[in-house]
Design a protein around this ligand. Structure first.
Ligand code: CP
Ligand code: NVA
Length: 311
């Protein structure tokens, strides 16, 4: 039966870990230059309703390196929204392709697409989740610290798609996670409770998943300080209000002076400099944002291999 990756919770703990392991194998292949091609003859269709640099390129290059082919479609170029429904589009795409990557607004739309498609559907970001990003970020954290079980990841910023997927990453990856947001922008109770429940099922009481609205207190015990834009794609009209509401949540040198030694700073990028993060922090020795971006390629390849190869 075909599988989808609409949220990280489409994977169980073992599948999550096996994708991370495969990502490591692909990173090692890149060092030797001996690239395996398990997706020869396979085609990935990519639909983007929003702009993208990393997701588009890492999937496109990844597909190419795996021996397959990727086709980029700007949503507006398809007949979708021009009289053809999601359901009809899913059926037609299933006739030509081996998988679909989609970046769009509403999570419900990709759920509907996946229901009608006979091929795997991958969430390349919605307003609610960004599973491919966070799978890759857990890979980067593991690469840096080796053992996740002593690690506190603290997210400072908006309770958005990145934050929601970090909850799921903590539930499957096994690390402690705090989401520190202004109260108005806290993630939903459902997201938090569900992640806590799954983490407990997977790891007992070894780790915690918490909320906070105090950045200084939250970062004191952090190994990873993660942030993302306060104004996600599609929220541009709220910019002025949000810049005011997030005051005090900027990741800057002053906030980081409260951290222990050896912390790292992560950001999915694109960064909005001097809003959620200052340029000196982004380019500092503690920042691993470029390693994080590079690892997208290896983990995206592992996701493609997991969903599209004839295992
Ligand atoms: N981090 C991320 O998904 O970047 P893009 O929007 O450039 O794809
Ligand atoms: N939260 C951001 C992530 C971009 C990769 C957005 O949705 O725009």
């Amino acid at each position: 039966m075909k599988r989808d990756l609409l949220t990280l919770l489409d994977l169980n703990k073992d599948e999550f870990n096996s994708i991370l392991e495969k990502g490591k194998a692909y990173k090692n292949e890149a060092i030797t230059g001996n690239l395996s091609q398990p997706l020869k003859g396979k085609t990935l269709g990519m639909i983007f309703s929003k702009t993208s640099t990393r997701t588009r390129l890492s999937f496109e290059v990844g597909m190419h390196q795996l021996g397959g082919y990727a086709i980029y479609n700007n949503r507006n170029d398809l007949q979708l929204d021009h009289g053809e429904s999601i359901k009809a589009t899913a059926k037609i795409l299933s006739l030509y392709l081996d998988g679909i990557l989609i970046r769009t607004y509403d999570q419900k739309e990709i759920v509907e697409l996946a229901k009608s498609a006979e091929i795997p559907v991958i969430n390349g970001l919605t307003d609610s989740y960004h599973p491919c990003q966070i799978l890759s970020d857990v890979f980067t954290i593991k690469e840096r610290f080796h053992d996740l079980s002593n690690i506190n990841v603290v997210y400072v910023g908006d309770g958005n798609n990145i934050c929601n997927s970090l909850f799921n990453g903590a539930a499957l990856g096994g690390f402690s996670f705090t989401a520190c947001t202004p109260d108005l922008y806290a993630p939903s109770n459902e997201t938090v409770l569900n992640a806590q429940k799954i983490q407990k099922e997977n790891f007992g009481d070894s780790f915690s998943i918490k909320l906070s609205s105090n950045p200084v207190e939250s970062v004191k015990n952090a190994h990873v300080i993660y942030t993302d834009t306060w104004i996600s794609m599609g929220m541009e009209e709220e910019k002025e209000k949000r810049l005011k509401d997030f005051k005090g949540f900027q990741v800057n040198k002053e906030l980081l002076s409260h951290c222990k030694e050896n912390y790292v700073v992560m950001h999915c990028l694109p960064a909005h400099e001097n809003e959620e993060i200052t340029p000196d922090v982004l380019e500092s020795e503690n920042s691993i944002v470029y390693t994080q971006a590079k690892n997208r390629l290896y983990v995206q390849k592992a996701i493609l291999n997991f969903l599209l190869s004839n295992k």
